[in-house]
Design a protein around this ligand. Sequence first.
Ligand code: SF4
Ligand code: SF4
Length: 191
Amino acid sequence: MGYVFATFQSLLATLRQGLATPSTVEYPKAKRPRAPRLRASFALTKDAQGDENCIGCKKCEKVCPSEVIAVVASKKPSPVTGKPRAYATDFTLNLQACIVCELCVQVCPTDAIVMVQEQEGPGFDRGDLVLTMEKLYRNGESKERLAWSSASVLGEHQKPAEAPAPAQRPAHAPVPVPAASAEPPGKEPAA
Ligand code: SF4
Ligand code: SF4
């Protein structure tokens, strides 16, 4: 008889859970508000004229402690100005070993690489976690996904606070001279 009672208990628990208000949301259909400084993935940005901000300087590649960034650079005419300038011709960032330190963002001289708040979708093999240049520029097109900061903003935050003006020193007071001893040094005074 005990197992019948246990079966009904289990069914009751299942029914209770089935009717309870869910405490989870169906991501990515529903997204909970995110902390303003959450950083989950990356994007490459373009300027107001639509020209790529990345100049292929490789600073992000050199600073990355996990060595997950690879940049190939060369010069080519800008589609906006027609003048030759440096570009990244290939840019990959492998999310598998990224430690989300944001150093790559901090060193970028042109605010070309930024972090975004939205995670990448689930991957089914390791290659899915490699962000190609195409994917990075696609991430940059959706402004609401951009995270809170860029190299310029971070630079402002890291500026040392203004040092207070040195206080006016008072004029040197005359150094007090000790009173001359009646006895020469080393000689015991007379009893
Ligand atoms: S966040 Fe850090 S570990 Fe990730 S790519 Fe940038 S520099 Fe490399
Ligand atoms: S993203 Fe920035 S730091 Fe990296 S290569 Fe491009 S310009 Fe240089």
